[in-house]
Design a protein around this ligand. Structure first.
Ligand code: CA
Length: 215
């Protein structure tokens, strides 16, 4: 879990981002102007700032310049190459262009957290404990052997918990674009994970779409 400051003047987008990141286990605080952002950054000391560029009182680049050493991901509707370059040159960790998919937001936040060694390493669901760093899974204290594929799939479900992921997204996120497989492959692996870990009530099937891990 990380503390995330969301800076976005459009309330509906700000709220949606908060909801998504809260669902996936993060703690969020919200700012709607540059000044609010700077105040919140100082008071809350977040792990990451998600920073809109077009703000009513100042622009994101000005905020970034005053924000100190906190990692920043720009989230903006501007998709011109010059802005992208300017954003990254100003020291931002990443740049997300609106509109974006929620799992993309979650994934990019996760990458930055990993870069700063702030990502979650241990997950607990019921009597199952997953140690991501050590690649170790136990159920009621006993080791459970998962294949690499099963482990990666489980990791993706955990990081994106409470978000429905399509089978295609699961394929891509867990095993990469190059992996040769289809929807059926995902189903088979999900069945195995559910059975090995007794997670039938947690890994939910989303009708005609995919799966969601509910914690
Ligand atoms: Ca804006």
């Amino acid at each position: 879990m990380a503390d995330i400051l969301i800076v976005e003047d459009e309330p509906s987008i700000n709220e949606l981002m908060k909801r998504t990141l809260t669902m996936t286990g993060h703690r969020c605080c919200q700012a709607y102007t540059g000044r609010e952002a700077l105040r919140a950054a100082k008071q809350e000391r977040p792990d990451i700032v998600l920073l809109d560029i077009n703000l009513p009182d100042m622009d994101g680049f000005q905020v970034m310049a005053q924000i100190g050493t906190i990692p920043v991901i720009y989230v903006t509707a501007r998709d011109e190459v010059t802005d992208r370059v300017r954003g990254l040159n100003s020291g931002a960790e990443d740049y997300i262009v609106k509109p974006f998919a929620m799992e993309e937001l979650v994934a990019r936040v996760q990458v930055v957290l990993r870069r700063f060694h702030r990502e979650e390493k241990i997950f607990v669901i019921d009597d199952v404990r997953v140690d991501v760093e050590r690649h170790r899974v136990t159920r009621a204290g006993e080791d459970v052997e998962l294949t690499n594929r099963e482990f990666e799939l489980l990791r993706v479900l955990l990081v994106n918990r409470n978000i429905a992921l399509s089978r295609t997204q699961l394929l891509d996120l867990a095993w990469g674009m190059d992996f040769f497989g289809d929807d059926r492959t995902v189903d088979v692996h999900i069945q195995r994970i559910r059975k090995k870990l007794g997670l039938e009530n947690y890994i939910r099937t989303v009708f005609k779409y995919g799966y969601r891990l509910e914690i």
